[in-house]
Design a protein around this ligand. Structure first.
Ligand code: KG4
Ligand code: ZN
Length: 349
């Protein structure tokens, strides 16, 4: 039987992503981002993102079909991110996908954005996810550790940030240091010239009372927190300002990054080793971070856990991951969602 041809639509944040796959083969992954419009505000403005999705949608669909060399008529199904994400942004993608499904008579599948990030793993050469798969998702909007026994029926949230997302922490600290937005790449670069031990910044939620033990886990054993770290950086910057001294940007950036990376890596390794995870997939924009890649790969390696980091275009938000998961649901002959669902900004995994 022919592999299903599926279009995936992603609009949960600032990226309008349209991906098309045939089975587990990626045909196109077009992304149109409104990031440039958010730069002067130092963060994604939901109203602007929603309007940008509206304007980008039809041209993006046309471009994707062109690039893949297929017609709407040939599609077997349409898949769309229904949550979690920004309410208005999700609503535009969901409404557009429903309209497309009704107009073409194609089945429509609602897709969880977090699970879709893991769906990227389906697009590799084997077209199959390894047994014992776990995922570390780190972006401007989310920070989660997942166990993925079965991507279409059993995905478990092991740990998450209890306050700021990792990328959000990078963006806020970059702003404190006078670096450009988005702050992740700027801090990553500045940190290369800095001393990561110059400042002893806190490691959120790593104290014994939060961690507990493997047998008797504490309340936040696999959870992360970055807001205390951000405050600690702010205090240091204030102290230099008050003393009339220049802030040692590279040292602060390197020390901040070391704390973020250390916490993420420690929590991830713990969650993996205690939940039978034997392969870790990374996703989200912060997966671009050079130090995070290095440390997570090294520490997972000590436990024989290989780390898979897809190309960045598949780590950041995109339509291909939505299409990949949709295609798997079609292959499994799952019931389409229909058109009577709504966007859910707080959708759990
Ligand atoms: O996945 P993404 O493109 O968008 C969403 O947040 O959904 O991730 C963007 C985030 C931003 O917070 C950005 O600062 C961060 O990823 N980021 C990085 C790096 N590149 C992007 N953070 C740390 N190091 C990087 N090299
Ligand atoms: Zn995402």
């Amino acid at each position: 039987t022919a592999e299903p041809l599926v279009m995936g639509i992603e609009s949960s944040c600032d990226e309008t992503g349209i991906g098309i796959v045939r089975g587990t083969e990626l045909l196109t992954n077009t992304v149109s981002s409104s990031m440039a419009e958010h730069v002067r505000f130092g963060g994604v403005i939901p109203e602007i993102a929603s309007r940008a999705h509206l304007e980008a949608f039809v041209p993006a669909v046309r471009a994707a079909l062109d690039d893949a060399g297929v017609t709407l008529d040939q599609l077997d199904a349409i898949a769309v991110t229904s949550g979690p994400g920004l309410a208005g942004a999700l609503m535009v993608g969901v409404a557009a996908a429903k309209a497309l499904a009704v107009a073409t008579g194609k089945p429509l599948y609602a897709i969880n954005h977090l699970v879709a990030h893991v769906g990227v793993g389906l697009l590799d050469d084997r077209g199959e996810l390894p047994d014992g798969l776990g995922a570390l998702l780190v972006s401007g909007g989310h920070t989660e550790i997942l166990a993925v026994p079965d991507i279409t029926s059993d995905v478990r949230l092991l740990g998450a940030t209890i306050d700021d997302a990792a990328g959000e922490a990078y963006d806020k600290v970059a702003r404190l240091l006078g670096l450009s937005y988005p702050g992740g790449p700027a801090i990553d670069k500045a940190a290369k010239d800095g001393d990561p031990t110059a400042f002893a910044f806190p490691r959120g939620l790593t104290a014994g009372k939060y961690m507990g033990s493997a047998e008797n886990p504490g309340p936040h054993r696999y959870d992360m927190s970055f807001s205390g770290l951000k405050t600690a950086v702010a205090r240091v910057v204030e102290a230099f300002d008050a003393a009339g001294q220049p802030v040692p940007v590279a040292d602060v950036a390197a020390s901040f990054q070391e704390s973020v990376v250390d916490v993420i890596a420690r929590k991830t390794v713990l969650a993996c080793t205690e939940h039978g995870i034997t392969t870790l997939l990374m996703g989200g924009g912060v997966a671009a971070n050079s130090r995070l890649r290095e440390v997570v790969t090294a520490r997972c390696g000590e436990h024989g856990i290989p780390v898979v980091i897809p190309p960045l275009s598949l780590c950041t938000d995109n339509g291909a991951m939505v299409a990949a998961l949709g295609s798997r649901l079609v292959s499994q002959r799952r019931q389409p969602t229909g058109i009577s669902f709504t966007a859910d900004p707080g959708l759990p995994v």
